[in-house]
Design a protein around this ligand. Structure first.
Ligand code: CA
Length: 224
């Protein structure tokens, strides 16, 4: 598994890279946003860890550009600014999870492993269908009305999770546990933001909406 770490602080980058290598990951380090973006375009990485405050190009721009170019690699962003708007912005631009500095390395490792987890049902694979939406969990492909949806791994897992129980409301805490493999953090907006991103791909281009919010409860996949 190859990880691209875009972090300008030399000590932090070295510390994280060392820990990740000890956990058997291959790690490349970029020290500014421009270099990171170039590397991410040129080479294949299984995961990106992107610091927000970076020279030349900030982490948000890097994430936004990569997603606009169709990159699907999971992205974890690191932010020193513990404010909700910052976290939401990173997620809206296409990151899949975030960590607020300072954090314990074990926490980073847990997030990385969660983002790299392909599917709870690693073997076998399923074919899930709802209306004109078709989900192939073995190939990690989702197609709606014949159009392939360009989903990040977390968006895909979330969609597949909702599609396993069509018509049933799934709570946000259940989604955090099942899809992110994390204990519920009440203040996190990860689920809401990734649902919004998912909706923009699964529903916005189509007349019939499938992803519905049940206020105060969670989300459900169903027709109307
Ligand atoms: Ca920085």
């Amino acid at each position: 598994m190859r990880i691209l770490l875009i972090e300008d602080e030399a000590k932090a980058a070295a510390f994280l890279a060392k820990g990740l290598r000890e956990a058997d990951f291959t790690v490349e380090i970029a020290r500014d946003g421009e270099t990171g973006l170039e590397l991410a375009r040129k080479e294949k990485f299984d995961l990106l860890i992107v610091d927000v405050m970076l020279p030349k190009k900030d982490g948000w721009e890097v994430v936004e550009q990569l997603r606009n170019e169709g990159s699907k690699a999971p992205i974890l962003f690191l932010t020193a600014r513990d404010s909700v708007p910052d976290r939401v912005k990173g997620l809206e631009l296409g990151a899949d999870d975030y960590l607020v500095k300072p954090f314990a390395f074990s926490e980073l490792l847990a997030r990385v492993r969660s983002l790299l987890r392909r599917s709870p049902q690693e073997t076998g694979g399923e074919h899930l269908c709802i209306e004109d939406l078709d989900i192939d969990t073995r190939r990690h492909k989702a197609v709606r009305a014949g159009v392939a949806l360009n989903l990040t791994p977390k968006e895909f897992l979330l969609l597949a999770h909702l599609a396993r129980t069509p018509g049933e409301v799934v709570s946000r805490s259940a989604i955090v546990q099942q899809v992110w493999d994390l204990r519920f953090e009440p203040e996190t907006n990860v689920v809401d933001v990734v649902v919004r991103r998912l909706r923009s791909k699964v529903d916005d281009p189509f007349d019939v909406k499938l992803v519905h919010t049940i206020r105060g409860v969670g989300y459900v996949l169903r027709r109307g």
